[in-house]
Design a protein around this ligand. Sequence first.
Ligand SMILES: [Ca+2]
Ligand SMILES: [Ca+2]
Length: 202
Amino acid sequence: MTRRPLVPLALAAALATACSSTQAAAPKATPKETAEDLTGVHEKQQGNEMVKTFDLFHEGRPDVWEYYETAAGSDGKPTQRLVRKEMDLNDDGKVDVWRWYNEKEQVVKEALDLDFDGKVDEVIYFDDKGEPIKKELALDFKGKPNTWKYYEKGKLVRVERDTKGTGKVDTWEYWEGGKIDRIGVDTDGDGVVDQWIKKSGS
Ligand SMILES: [Ca+2]
Ligand SMILES: [Ca+2]
């Protein structure tokens, strides 16, 4: 297996920030807000975030990065809280999983690069019980979501699809009890169902 010879720049910058204040300034990076903006590298450190790294593959470089914020704890003393985590699952030096945590350190959002090409293929949003609320999927692995799944109490209730690659939803599947109940299709592109190709009870 070929190995990338150098630690990625963003990682080097992250480590430099964590380890020393005398290092050269980190390269400029644009804060990333959405899954589409994630490009297989590290998100820029925010605020007073510090990073802890782990070398799970024991190869002398990190493959898990945990980002902590310092905040006042319930006793008023400064405490560290995990705010996000990045993981390199296939040991190519690029991040494949990004997780974000709430103030109780529960995962609220997870982004996954399933085919390790640097483009995010799935983003999952969780409620405070750890159940998925919504999944955004790029089923063609091209990095742009084309399918959105919505959940209530952990159960799939609706799937919205952009089947024409227009960036707009054109098909709505409504699920009940683990089965599709009805499917509506927008045929003229105005974002409203024109035709029910499967009706409730049919
Ligand atoms: Ca990777
Ligand atoms: Ca991908």
